[in-house]
Design a protein. Structure first.
Length: 432
């Protein structure tokens, strides 16, 4: 993305004002942050900042030559319009919501994501267009059309197009379940270490790999510290505690995003809703209060998940025993208060150091669906060899024993795969 200059602004009612994340978001959107202004006070209905601070913001924009103001707070249409009017002509005023949409637009990788981003951006702009418009003029020109009504029409058109696409990702996941794979989704906030953990779990990704991105199963999640590297979920095969699974690294949450914005991107949400297991990855380096807030928000978004949740405290190597105990207590408090089935006993790991990943694998395996241990027999021949190969792809094969004209296969698999294998072996035996 082409770099532009931005002034970062943030208001808080009280306490320390942290601008690290909004600066990171601005950089991810292609901005060079040239200045920042913060203020501790209640929100002003006209400018978000108080009048004096808003005027100082305008002066800073003029002095730095910045073309954009990035507010960490969510701005109303009135605040957006009034701040832009106060700043030098042509200054763009973006809030966190709108900034994230710019990042999403640059990273959208398929048609669904592209349409969803356009719809979300237009929904953000619509009330601001109305704020700038003469309502009586809009009413007079309804029949001939105005920009406001053109946007309404385009929103309806985009909704129809998205619905017409269907849910291709969900259909693909269903096909893979029929092949014996169970889904594990990694969910949580950006920079919690999800992508690093993803690389540790995947069968065919070297931890230090920087492979080119490919679609779906061939895609590589970036380890580097960059927010919203892609909108596309990244899926790889992984053998977890001996079980063939597909692990999906989802788009990370960031603080302060509206629920409507998150829901705009169905691909990520549908993965976590339908996965057999969701590993909720949290940054153990966050102070307990911030950890509780992030976990509670994540649990709200996972309340309708079908699968089991596993709580993961990543970056545990950065903490001493007392600090880690405080984080465990914070997880237990969130688990007790949440509607989502978050377990109170998190698995503490270090993805970067590779610590305690076996324990995490065992916990994920416990959360996955029940499996059967089965032994089947089939007459020797090409069909039996194809059945053996099929099982190696979809099950944990314990033993293959060739006894004269018969092949005996001992394996462990989900109930659906075991039943299919038994049926195929029976059919081969009946044709003998």
């Amino acid at each position: 993305m082409q770099s532009r200059d931005a002034v970062v602004a943030k208001r808080a009612d009280a306490g320390t004002i942290d601008t690290d994340e909004i600066r990171g978001l601005a950089r991810s959107a292609g901005y060079a942050v040239v200045a920042e202004l913060t203020q501790r006070r209640g929100s002003d209905s006209t400018y978000e900042f108080g009048r004096g601070k808003a005027e100082r913001l305008a002066e800073t924009v003029a002095a730095t030559g910045a073309d954009t103001v990035v507010f960490d707070n969510e701005l109303t249409p009135t605040q957006t319009v009034e701040l832009a009017a106060l700043c030098p002509e042509g200054t763009r005023v973006l809030d966190r919501h709108r900034l994230v949409l710019d990042i999403f637009e640059a990273r959208a990788g398929d048609r669904r994501s592209t349409l969803q981003v356009e719809r979300a951006k237009l929904a953000w702009r619509l009330p601001r267009i109305r704020e700038r418009s003469d309502e009586q003029a809009m009413n007079r020109r309804t029949e001939s059309g105005t920009r406001y009504y053109d946007v309404l029409d385009r929103l309806d058109e985009l909704t129809r197009k998205i619905e017409a696409l269907g849910d291709e990702a969900a259909a693909r996941r269903d096909r893979r379940r029929e092949e014996g794979f169970e889904y594990v989704a990694l969910a949580g906030y950006t920079n919690a270490g999800k992508s690093t953990l993803f690389h540790r779990l995947a069968d065919d990704l070297d931890f230090s790999a920087r492979d080119p991105d490919h679609a779906d199963l061939d895609a590589t999640a970036e380890i580097e510290d960059r927010l919203f590297e892609t909108l596309d979920t990244t899926t790889r095969r992984a053998t977890i505690d001996g079980r063939p699974t597909l692990v999906t690294d989802t788009v990370g949450f960031v603080e302060g995003l509206s629920h409507e914005l998150v829901e705009s991107f169905h691909g990520t949400l549908s993965v976590t809703a339908s996965a057999e297991c969701v590993a909720v990855v949290a940054d153990a380096g966050d102070p307990p209060a911030r950890l509780r807030t992030k976990l509670a928000t994540t649990c709200d978004r996972l309340a309708d998940a079908d699968g089991e949740l596993v709580a993961v405290l990543n970056k545990a190597d950065l903490l001493d025993p007392d600090e880690l105990a405080a984080r465990r207590e914070a997880v237990a408090e969130v688990a007790a208060a949440s509607d989502a089935p978050l377990p109170a006993d998190p698995v503490a790991v270090s993805a970067i150091e590779g610590q305690n990943l076996d324990a995490l694998g065992a916990r994920i395996s416990e959360a996955l669906s029940e499996r059967r241990s089965v032994e089947i027999a089939a007459p020797s021949g090409d069909d039996a060899m194809r059945l053996v190969s099929w099982l190696y792809e979809r099950a944990s094969v314990d033993d293959v024993d060739y006894r004269g004209d018969e092949v005996r296969i001992a394996f462990t698999a989900p109930a659906s795969i075991a039943a299919t294998a038994e049926s195929r072996a029976a059919a081969l035996d009946a044709d003998r």
